[in-house]
Design a protein around this ligand. Structure first.
Ligand code: NAI
Ligand code: OAA
Length: 257
């Protein structure tokens, strides 16, 4: 939508891809200036001539299509970053990107402070992400298929999950991709700790980062307005993707590390 409304210089919307035809047509119907090709066939989409593909779909989409995107010599922006917690997939994608001379972009997403975490990554002792969302934003996560916790029974703010990022992104693939971003910038998916809180009173998606080390301490809290179309996803994640694309396509000056 941001590309369509001309908010990002030097860009045009070439093609859309979705496995759900209704979602594809729904998005296309909202466009005012562009008329991209719409594809439910990935091969046809890939042949559409885009320079960069923005993935805003699912971790499965990254696993299924990531390699082919890079093999086709296209840059790729990844929002479902949890997929990259799989070190074999990450290594494979980085290898193909290097071979083809293309780049993988990972926006900061629904958190903040990734610039600082990157700067101190060699000095970190601990990194913990505490994510608080309403039960309706957490509903449907694979975690509940095996857990005894029932979201309908949660009547007050409750820690429902504690573990490391590598597991958290599998258990909550639509909720804590930010844990993978934080891990990639910092001490990795096996050391970054994640706590998930279900709070029936929550009106925002809150992410709190606490990082400690010989550099000092970083504490960052973001209270995100959920995006109108999907309560799991914060509006900041959308804005971050837009800013990432803008900085790729139109940046005379780079601000932040
Ligand atoms: N990195 C970050 O900070 C954040 C990442 N996310 C992640 O970004 C992704 C997109 O988020 P939303 O737009 O809110 O999701 P959404 O669920 O509202 O929309 C995803 C769209 O992608 C399509 N899709 C799903 N799997 C697909 C596949 N394998 N191939 C093609 N199309 C597929 C769906 O049909 C749907 O139309 C999600 O994985 C979400 O968890 C969301 C918020 C923050
Ligand atoms: O948008 C958010 O608050 C975070 C999110 O869903 C994710 O990281 O997958």
């Amino acid at each position: 939508m941001a590309v369509d409304s001309d908010k990002i210089a030097n860009t045009s919307l070439v093609a859309l891809f979705d496995v759900v035809e209704g979602n594809l047509q729904n998005l296309k119907s909202k466009l005012q200036r562009s008329s991209p090709g719409t594809h439910s066939d990935f091969g046809a989409f890939l042949a559409s001539g885009a320079d960069i593909i923005v993935e805003a779909a699912s971790q499965d989409a990254v696993r299924t299509f990531g390699r082919a995107i890079l093999e086709a010599g296209k840059d790729m922006m990844v929002m479902s970053v949890g997929a990259l917690a799989d070190r074999n997939l990450l290594a494979e994608l980085l290898q193909v990107a290097a071979k083809k001379g293309c780049r993988i972009y990972v926006p900061t997403g629904a958190i903040a402070g990734i610039d600082a975490i990157r700067s101190v990554k060699h000095l970190l002792d601990s990194v913990t992400l505490t994510t608080t969302k309403s039960p309706k934003a957490l509903a449907g996560a694979p975690f509940f298929e095996t857990s005894k916790i029932k979201l309908d029974d949660v009547t007050k703010s409750t820690v429902i999950y504690e573990g490391v990022a590598a597991e958290a992104v599998r258990m909550f693939p639509a909720n804590v991709n930010v844990a993978a971003v934080l891990s990639l910038a910092g001490i990795g998916v096996d050391k970054t700790r994640v706590r998930i809180v279900a709070d029936p009173q929550a009106t925002t998606n809150q992410h709190e980062i606490l990082a400690t080390g010989s550099f000092g301490e970083i504490r960052i809290t973001v209270n995100n307005v959920p995006s109108p179309g999907n309560p799991k996803t914060s509006f900041l994640a959308v804005l971050s993707a837009i800013e990432c694309l803008r900085s790729i396509c139109d940046d005379g000056m780079r601000i932040g590390s």
